[in-house]
Ligand binder design. Structure first.
Ligand SMILES: Cc1cc2nc3c(=O)[nH]c(=O)nc-3n(C[C@H](O)[C@H](O)[C@H](O)COP(=O)(O)OP(=O)(O)OC[C@H]3O[C@@H](n4cnc5c(N)ncnc54)[C@H](O)[C@@H]3O)c2cc1C
Length: 716
C-alpha cells in the first residue's frame, strides 16, 4: 500500500512536469530561448538561482525525467565551468542515488523474489565487482543515465558504493557537457558534444579499472608461485589424487582426450561410494526391504512370515555386490582406458610435484602441469568421553565389523538423523535390530521439508525405530558390564543401553596428511576453491567431498568434468562449475528425492512460489503395489510454467525425479511433462499427473466459461 502511494506521488509529479510543459524548457532550443531570462535571475539572485537549479536537477534525475543532459549544458552556460561542474556533480549524484533508492524500495524485493535463483550468479558478480561495473557504465555515456540508476537499484550493490562510484564515474562526462555549455552559442545539438574519439576515450577510461583488476588478479595468481621453482618440463599433463568418484571421472576424461594422466589411490579403488557408501548401503537396504515385505506379505495376499536368516550371509551378499561392481572402478579397467594407476599415498611437494609412497614401500616423484585433489571425506566422530572404551562403528568400519555377526546387533543406537543415519537405522530395524536413533536437532532429515521428514519418521517408527529428537549425546559408559550412551534431553540426562553404536553425524573432508599445509592451500571445512574449482594455486583443483559444497557421488563426478577440462584446456577457456540443478535421493522407505528448491528454502530465501501436489495414493500403479504412501510436490514460479524445485516422497522417488531433473536442466516446464506420453501403468505417470494438477489450477477461467457456453449452444 505504502509502495503504491509512493508510486502514485511519483507518477503525479512526472505527469505535472509534462502537463505544465516544463519539458519544453529542458531542450536545447528551450534553453537557448530562455537563457537571457535565466541570466538575469542569476545576476540578481545568484544564490537562490543556484539553489533552485540544484533542486530542479535533483528532482529531474530522481524522477528519471528527460532533460538532465540539457540541464548540465545549462549549468555551464549559467554558472561557468567550475561552479557548473560542482553543482551538477553533486545534484546528479544525489538525484541518481534517490532514483536508485526508489527503484530498490519499490521493485527490488519483487524482482529478486521472482528471479532469485536465476539472479544468484549476477548478484554474486555485483557483490564482487559491482563498483567496477558501475564505474565503467558511468564513464561510457552510451549507457542511459536513468536506466543505470534504476537497474542498479535492483541489485545488491550498497547505496554508499553506488553514490561515490557514480560521483567519480560521472565527473569526466559532466565536465565535457558543462564545458560545452560555456560555449552554448556555438552549440547546434546535444549529440555533437561527444565526438566519436571522445566516446572511445571514455570507454577505454571506463574499462581501465576493470582491466586493472583482472591484471592484478593475474599477478596475484602468479605471485603464489613465487617461492616455488617450476619444472622446465612435466612428466604428466595431469595427476589425480584419490580414486573415488571424483578422481575416477577426472582421470577418465583426461585419458579420453589423450592426455598423459596418473591416478593415485592410497587405499581402495572406487573410494567411499563403492567400498563403504552408496553400494553397500543400497545392498543392505535391498535385503532389509525384502525382509520387510516378507513380514508384511499379507498385503499381497500371501502369508506373512518372520524371515529367518543368517546375518553373516546378508553381509556376505553385500561384499559380493561390492565385488561385482568393483571391475567398473578397477585398476585393470582404468589402465585399459589409458590411465596410469599407482597404488600408494600421495603428497604434494610443490605446486607441480607429487610424491607417492607406493604400497611396496618405495617412493616415486612425478611432476604435472595440473593436479586434481579428489581425496574425499571421512566420518566425523564426535569427541565423546568413553567412546574408545565402549567402541563404536562408522560407515567406514561397519561393513567389515558386522560381517562377522551371525545375527544383527541386538540393541543398536544410530547417532545422527541425516540421510546416512536414517537409511541405516531403518535397514537394521527391518532386519530385526532394536534400533534407537538419536538426533540432536528437532527432527530427522533437516535439509528436507518438515512434512517429508515427518513422513519418513512415521515410516521408520512403524518399522520399530525409536526416534529420539532433541537428544544431545554427552558420553558413553560401561555400567556393570553393559554399555550406555548418555544423552541430554530437556536438561535431563538419559541413559540408553546399546550393544553397538553406529556414529553417523556427518562426514568431514580429508584435509591433512598430504601437503595442503606445506603449500598453504586454504581450507575452511573443505578445500577452498573458486568457481572454476581452482585452489589457491590455479593449477591445483579440488573436486568431490573434499571440495564440497555437496557430498554425493554424482556431484563429485559432475565437478570432475569441470576440473579436468579446466586443468587441461583452461588456457583456452575455463568453465564455472554449474550447480543450478543438483538432484539427490535419500533411500529410506519412502524414498525422498529432491531437486531445486524445497518449500522451506523458498520461504527462507524469499522466493515467490506456487505448490502443486499429486498424492501417490491415487496412482494406479501405486495401488496395484499397495505402496500408496507419498506424493509428488512441485514448486513453480507464480503464474509461470517454470519449475523451481521438486520433492518426491514415495516408492521409486529417486527414479521418478530424473524426468524433472531433465526438465529443469533444459528449461522445460510442466506443460512439456504433461504433453509427454508416459507408459501405463508406471510410477512415472505420477509426474504427468502432477503436471496435470498444475494445468488444471492454471486453466484460463474466462476461456473455460466461454467453452461451456459454446458446448451448451452446440447441444441446442
Ligand atoms: C553410507 C554412505 C552412503 C552413501 N550413499 C550415497 C548415495 O546413495 N548416493 C550418493 O550420491 N552418495 C552417497 N554417499 C556419498 C558418496 O559416497 C561420496 O559423496 C562420494 O564417495 C565422494 O566421492 P569422492 O571422489 O569425493 O571421494 P571418495 O569416494 O571418498 O574417494 C576419495 C579417495 O581418495 C583416497 N585418498 C585420500 N587421500 C589420499 C592420498 N593422499 N593419496 C592417495 N589417495 C588418497 C581415499 O583412499 C579414497 O579412496 C554415501 C556415503 C556414505 C558414507
Amino acid at each position: 500500500m505504502k509502495k503504491l502511494l509512493i508510486l502514485a506521488i511519483l507518477a503525479a509529479v512526472a505527469g505535472a512536469f509534462f502537463m505544465l510543459d516544463l519539458h519544453h524548457w529542458l531542450t536545447l532550443e528551450g534553453l537557448k530561448s530562455g537563457l537571457g531570462q535565466f541570466e538575469q535571475w542569476r545576476s540578481q539572485f545568484p544564490l537562490i538561482t543556484a539553489g533552485a537549479f540544484f533542486t530542479l536537477y535533483v528532482v529531474v534525475t530522481a524522477l528519471s525525467l528527460p532533460g538532465a543532459a540539457v540541464m548540465t549544458v545549462a549549468a555551464g552556460a549559467l554558472f561557468g565551468l567550475l561552479q557548473g561542474t560542482v553543482l551538477v556533480s553533486f545534484a546528479s549524484t544525489i538525484g541518481a542515488t534517490l532514483a536508485f533508492l526508489v527503484s530498490r524500495y519499490l521493485l527490488r524485493d519483487s524482482v529478486q523474489q521472482r528471479f532469485g535463483s536465476r539472479l544468484a550468479a549476477i548478484n554474486r558478480g555485483i557483490e564482487r565487482d559491482g563498483a567496477f561495473y558501475l564505474f565503467t557504465l558511468r564513464l561510457v555515456p552510451a549507457f542511459p543515465f536513468f536506466l543505470i540508476n534504476l537497474l542498479m537499484g535492483l541489485t545488491p550493490i550498497k547505496a554508499w558504493t553506488f553514490y561515490w562510484v557514480s560521483q567519480i564515474g560521472m565527473l569526466a562526462g559532466t565536465l565535457v557537457y558543462v564545458n560545452a555549455g560555456t560555449q552554448i552559442a556555438q552549440l547546434e545539438s546535444l549529440s555533437g558534444i561527444l565526438s566519436p574519439d571522445l566516446l572511445i576515450s571514455f570507454a577505454l577510461l571506463g574499462l581501465f579499472p576493470l582491466l586493472a583488476k583482472k591484471v592484478t588478479g593475474l599477478i596475484q595468481r602468479r605471485r603464489v608461485y613465487a617461492r616455488w621453482k617450476k619444472p622446465a618440463r612435466f612428466d604428466r599433463n595431469l595427476i589425480v589424487i584419490g580414486a573415488g568418484a571424483g578422481g575416477l571421472v577426472s582421470s577418465y576424461i583426461a585419458a579420453a582426450v589423450n592426455a598423459k594422466v596418473t591416478l593415485i589411490e592410497a587405499h581402495k579403488m572406487g573410494g567411499d561410494c563403492l567400498n563403504y557408501g552408496c553400494v553397500p548401503s543400497k545392498a543392505l537396504i535391498k535385503s532389509a526391504r525384502v525382509a520387510h515385505q516378507m513380514k508384511h506379505a499379507e498385503r499381497y495376499g500371501l502369508e506373512a512370515t518372520n524371515p529367518s536368516f543368517s546375518f553373516r550371509t546378508v553381509m556376505a551378499r553385500i561384499h559380493e555386490v561390492i565385488r561385482q561392481v568393483e571391475p567398473h572402478d578397477s585398476v585393470e579397467r582404468y589402465t585399459g582406458l589409458g590411465v596410469e594407476v599407482l597404488q600408494g599415498h600421495a603428497s604434494l611437494i610443490d605446486p607441480w610435484t607429487v610424491e607417492i609412497r607406493l604400497h611396496d614401500g618405495s617412493r616415486q616423484r612425478l611432476t604435472a602441469r595440473s593436479i586434481i585433489l579428489a581425496t574425499g571425506a571421512s566420518p566425523v566422530v564426535p569427541p565423546l568421553p568413553g567412546l574408545d572404551e565402549t567402541g563404536y562403528v562408522t560407515s567406514d568400519t561397519l561393513w567389515d565389523r558386522f560381517a562377522e555377526l551371525d545375527i544383527p546387533p541386538k540393541r543398536l543406537i544410530v547417532l545422527g538423523g541425516g540421510p546416512i543415519g536414517c537409511e541405516l537405522a531403518q535397514s537394521f530395524a527391518r532386519l530385526g535390530s532394536n534400533v534407537t536413533q538419536v538426533q540432536r536437532g528437532t527432527r530427522l532429515l533437516p535439509r528436507e521439508d518438515e512434512e517429508v521428514a515427518q513422513l519418513v519418521q512415521a515410516s521408520m517408527q512403524a518399522d520399530g525405530v525409536k526416534v529420539l529428537t532433541g537428544h544431545a549425546a554427552l558420553r558413553t559408559e560401561w555400567r556393570e558390564g553393559r554399555k550406555f550412551l548418555i544423552c541430554e534431553h530437556q536438561e535431563q540426562e538419559t541413559a540408553l543401553e546399546f550393544d553397538e553404536l553406529l556414529i553417523a553425524v556427518g562426514r568431514q573432508p580429508r584435509l591433512t596428511g598430504y601437503g595442503l599445509e606445506t603449500l598453504g592451500i586454504e581450507t575452511r571445512r573443505t578445500v577452498v576453491t573458486n568457481d572454476y574449482l581452482e585452489t589457491l594455486y590455479p593449477n591445483i583443483y579440488a573436486v568431490g567431498d573434499v571440495a564440497g559444497p555437496y557430498q554425493f557421488t554424482h556431484t563429485a563426478a559432475h565437478q570432475a568434468w569441470y576440473a579436468a577440462v579446466n586443468a587441461l584446456f583452461g588456457q583456452f577457456k575455463r568453465f564455472r562449475a554449474d550447480y543450478r540443478v543438483i538432484p539427490w535421493t535419500t533411500f529410506t522407505d519412502p524414498e525422498v528425492a529432491r531437486v531445486g528448491l524445497s518449500e522451506q528454502e523458498a520461504i527462507d530465501q524469499g522466493v515467490a512460489y506456487e505448490v502443486t501436489r499429486y498424492n501417490l495414493d491415487d496412482l494406479d500403479r501405486a495401488i496395484t503395489e499397495s505402496e500408496r504412501t507419498g506424493f509428488v510436490k512441485v514448486l513453480t514460479a507464480p503464474g509461470k510454467d517454470r519449475i523451481l524445485g521438486v520433492c518426491i516422497a514415495g516408492s521409486h522417488a529417486g527414479e521418478l525425479l530424473a524426468e524433472f531433473v531433465l526438465a529443469m536442466k533444459h528449461g522445460l516446464g510442466l506443460n512439456k511433462v504433461l504433453g509427454t506420453i508416459h507408459t501405463y501403468p508406471t510410477w512415472a505417470e505420477a509426474n504427468k499427473y502432477a503436471a496435470g494438477e498444475w494445468k488444471k489450477a492454471h486453466a484460463p477461467e474466462a476461456a473455460m466459461k466461454w467453452l461451456q457456453r459454446y458446448h451448451a449452444w452446440r447441444r441446442g
